[in-house]
Design a protein around this ligand. Sequence first.
Ligand SMILES: [Zn+2]
Length: 366
Amino acid sequence: MVTKDELWRYFSPDYVIARQRFLDAAEQAGAKVTSIPISVRGPSDEILTIDVAYIGVENPSRMLIHTSGVHGVEGFPGSANQIRLLERLSAGELQVPDDTGLVVAHSINPYGFAWLRRVNEDNADLNRNFLPPGEPYAGEPDRYHELDGFLNPRTYKSPLDMFTLRAAWVMLKMGFNVAKQTIAEGQFERPKSMNYGGHQMSEGPKLWLEYLTDVLPSVKRAVWIDFHTGLGPFGEDSLLVSNELGEESFSSLTTRYGSRIQPLDPDAGVAYRIRGGMLEGLAARFTDIDWTLITQEFGTYKPVKVIKTLRAENRMTQWSNIGKRERLHSTERLMLVEIFSPKSDKWRVMIMDRGQALIDDALADL
Ligand SMILES: [Zn+2]
């Protein structure tokens, strides 16, 4: 268990320090490390990499994959949990079972992590960027156009924004669940707007897919935990799965992982259905594997506040003339970090605890 006084060792102030701590912890744990560079740079012109630690035998038949930072800034708490995981392995508090491999991937979106954005260098939400093979990067939810003007104003600041009032009106007009689904599903038509899924698979996701293609051939059974924040009650996790309520596979997940398991159905919990999600998009490319795919989502602030912050940050990025590096110190970026990695000790202790507990459950499940 991580106490309040130890949190500073896990929660890093920026991407560069987080990355170095991850690499050090991986080396300590005797992991094989692969650093995959992308072609864009960080704020200090540093190279940005997807770093992957591998622990276990070669060609295992079972695999546990733990990913974080798909949404850039969510890498702060994700990295904290992964550093803790590696430390527990070094200390012998946790063992990777026989015939099993453990893949720990730090920051699938290193650009967003380093530049304090949720999206990547293409303004793409990477959890909408993994469309299954053959599906075109086109289309948007039926009613997205009704919300576009509200979500994505074409100016940096307006004298009278009335965000909360307008948000309340949208909820009233559409209904909360329809609005949630319409906003969050992902759109492939408006590159400067929020919830954009990209015009093709981005560079980082392609490289990550290549890495998996190298390590997965022997694998028959895999559990994949993708770590996220920003949805649900403060400090509590929901385990989002694409299995439907009432399916046998859903109840068997509940048996193994408890009542935190939730379907993606917008009417049945905190979540929503998405297009281009990483877990389903990549699992669809490895159909011989028996997959358990879990998005671990830790709640932070209320949905209206989360959307308000995302909107303000995207608006500043797209429409202000603040210089690229100065944006790092803008209220909008700093607020975005707070929304996805609250500076609350209580929150941090809670997510460290549950983050590790889920890894233990997943190893037991394998
Ligand atoms: Zn996320």
